[in-house]
Write a protein that binds this ligand. Structure first.
Ligand code: NI
Length: 227
């Protein structure tokens, strides 16, 4: 399931994050790619764990924490600290699948990457090319979103970033380990959650039926969640 989440960041937060990342030193993006992905990757990145990446990443992590759509769709258990990349003219990332397991900052901790996220930081009118192209069972999707908007997609999907032909594109990207490993089950829980919210809104509150459905949602999550 591929989900666009609008306005993860406010325009003020986008401006703050952009000024922090634009002032920082960048390195070759191959440093955080596995051996295969490194051969496909041509971009620049903020060094992992740098002061700028931590400062800008914390703004994004707090925004994610208060975003109901992200929490409903991802059912996050762990979110890796956000990374930041820049694609200048000619830069691209050819088709690849993200690595399944990633090291978490700190001694010897690893996490499973269930979901990939790209949070766009540059308005689309400032650059040409640079679409994130994601393949899933429903076909190929080209994603290019306003600054502050994000796309969430299974880390298992084949994806690429088209070459930039004008301007420069900043984005944040990060991985989430979900409490629900299975994409299909996570998608059903998301649909159930959204449907309950819709019914509650149309009824202007709860009925015995909506309370029972809410119970079903939580009890399914209780049965299946891995913590
Ligand atoms: Ni990737």
């Amino acid at each position: 399931m591929l989900i666009e989440i609008p306005q993860i960041l406010s325009q003020d937060e986008v401006a703050t994050v952009r000024s922090v990342v634009a002032a920082a030193d960048v390195v070759d993006g191959k440093v955080t790619a596995g051996e295969l992905a490194a051969q496909a990757k041509y971009n620049l990145q903020l060094p992992e764990g740098s002061a700028a990446a931590r400062q800008a990443g914390d703004i994004i992590l707090s925004a994610l924490g208060r975003n109901p759509l992200f929490n409903s769709a991802a059912l996050p258990y762990r979110v890796l600290p956000p990374l930041f990349n820049r694609y200048d003219v000619g830069m691209k990332f050819d088709a690849h699948v993200d690595g399944a397991v990633r090291a978490v900052p700190g001694p010897g901790i690893r996490m499973r990457a269930d979901l990939s996220s790209t949070l766009f930081l540059t308005p689309p009118e400032e650059y040409d090319g640079g679409e994130l192209v994601i393949e899933d069972s429903f076909g190929t999707h080209e994603v290019k979103l306003p600054a502050g908007h994000m796309v969430l997609y299974p880390a298992s999907s084949l994806h690429r970033v088209n070459a930039i032909t004008r301007g420069s594109r900043w984005a944040s990207f990060f991985w989430t380990q979900s409490m629900i490993k299975d994409d299909g089950l996570r998608g059903l829980l998301y649909d159930l959650d959204r449907a309950i919210i819709e019914v509650r809104q149309s009824l202007n509150g709860d009925t015995h039926g909506t309370l029972s459905l809410t119970g079903v949602y939580h009890n399914l999550l209780r049965r299946e969640a891995e913590l």
